[in-house]
Design a protein. Structure first.
Length: 381
């Protein structure tokens, strides 16, 4: 017998698994010819489970703890190998370590849209995605159906399988509930719970896995989202929210005026970002008011001629502004007007808006040109 073989026969084994990846589900302990000494030490840490397999048959299982491998600790293996009065070292058996901690980074999504019936929009295609939390619940089933003869099983090996199961379960659940898109968006929590239970039923007996949670996010087509937004705007107007928006806009206009005065008194202050930032609240008020006004049906009002001294209202378009070689914005015309007053934006400042083919000096853009036109002198009496 060689020296190496003699040492292998005399050393007491320590069988353990050190793993910090949190993505490995199962690992087979590498052993010389699968031989284990009598009295070998087995260390099973928290979140692990050790399973002995003899000639393809599941034998003894061990939870977290420190064990000396003797006949008394291996009743099933003793029966399989026919040990009537103990066993002589070494004996052969494969030892698998299973990770029983939850795996929380399994992402899933529907590969194709799911078509549902909606009472208002008829047929709508929706997509879903999210996260799934799984763990090994039945080592015997997992060993037979997933591990087989592999020495290492990573979560990526079953990820695609679980994604298909979850996507199919989501499609079956949504069609079965008969919910429209509005009810679907309002009951995501309830649907997530039902989806978790449905997926768990499909993978527990088949793969030995437990599904602890399924996080669900549903995406609607852009045209449906826009229609819902317009409907919300109409509802806000009917509740008198439009008056509140006007009050907020007037308040923010006052704040912008204060900011302009402060900027004029502080020549060393910031540039365009300071004044445009001060007007962000005003822009929000204008955008909300514009959305409501665009969605509501205007009442018939007689035409009126504004006084000669009142300039026409500024366009509601938004522009990106070149600042130190970088694109900033988008900003409304009101915000840009504040920066023109402070000198942060000039007629030569490059701007761009949707529909424009290239960056153009602000003074050459029709929607902004009036900001750089000085008013005519007042008439003398």
């Amino acid at each position: 017998m060689g020296v190496i073989a003699k040492l292998k026969g005399e050393l007491v084994d320590i069988i353990e698994w050190l793993d910090d990846s949190r993505t490995t589900l199962a690992w087979r302990f590498p052993r010389y010819q699968n031989e284990i000494k009598n009295g070998a030490q087995l260390i099973v840490r928290e979140g692990q489970r050790a399973v002995f397999v003899y000639r393809g048959q599941l034998a003894d299982e061990f939870g977290p703890g420190h064990y000396a491998l003797t006949t008394e600790n291996l009743p099933v293996l003793s029966t399989l190998q026919g040990w009537k009065h103990g066993f002589d070292s070494p004996f052969r058996s494969e030892v698998y370590f299973l990770n029983t901690r939850p795996v929380t980074e399994l992402r899933w999504g529907t590969p194709t849209p799911v078509t549902i019936r909606d009472p208002e929009y008829t047929l709508v295609q929706v997509r879903a995605n999210g996260l799934c939390v799984i763990r090994i619940a039945d080592p015997a089933i997992f060993l037979r159906q997933v591990i087989g003869t592999d020495s290492n099983v990573d979560v990526d090996e079953i990820a695609e399988l679980l994604r298909r199961v979850i996507a199919q379960a989501f499609a079956d659940l949504i069609i079965d509930t008969g919910l429209g898109v509005l009810d679907l968006q309002g009951k995501l929590g309830e649907i997530s719970t039902r989806l978790q239970k449905l997926v768990a039923e499909r993978v527990d007996d088949e793969y030995g896995l437990a599904v602890d949670d399924v996080i669900l996010n549903v995406s609607l087509p852009e045209e449906i989202t826009s229609a819902i937004t317009r409907g919300v705007a109409r509802g806000l107007e009917e509740q008198g929210f439009l008056d509140q928006v006007d009050d907020m806009a007037r308040f923010q206009q006052g704040r912008v005026g204060d900011a302009l005065l402060a900027g004029a008194q502080n020549p060393g202050g910031g540039g365009i970002a300071d004044f445009l930032g001060a007007g962000m609240g005003l822009a929000l008020g204008q955008q909300v008011g514009g959305a409501i006004a665009g969605s509501a049906t205007p009442a018939a009002t007689p035409p009126s001629t504004p006084p000669a001294s009142t300039p026409p209202p500024l366009p509601a378009a938004s522009f990106h502004v070149e600042q130190n070689g970088q694109a900033a914005g988008p900003y409304t015309v009101s915000q840009i007007q504040a920066s023109v007053a402070s000198g942060a934006v000039t007629a030569a400042t490059l701007v761009w808006s949707a529909g424009m083919t290239q960056w153009t000096p602000a003074g050459q853009v029709s929607a902004l040109a009036q900001l750089f036109t000085a008013p005519p002198p007042l008439p003398t009496s």
